[in-house]
Design a protein around this ligand. Sequence first.
Ligand SMILES: [Zn+2]
Length: 67
Amino acid sequence: MTGPWLPGLQVRRTEYGQTPVADYLCGACLHHERVVGRREVEDFVIAGPTTEHRDNCPATQQGVQAA
Ligand SMILES: [Zn+2]
């Protein structure tokens, strides 16, 4: 539907009803999260999915496990 996403957090609005949509894509493991709704997006951005996911990223943890 859309072109390839860049890794990281992106917030945009849908055409209908001006509903904010936040997409988070991890460049390492290609984990994708989508949050829809004004309140949900606000919380999502404040929570910092980039920082939060980095701790749980399977691609990152593979290196950590060996240590
Ligand atoms: Zn990841």
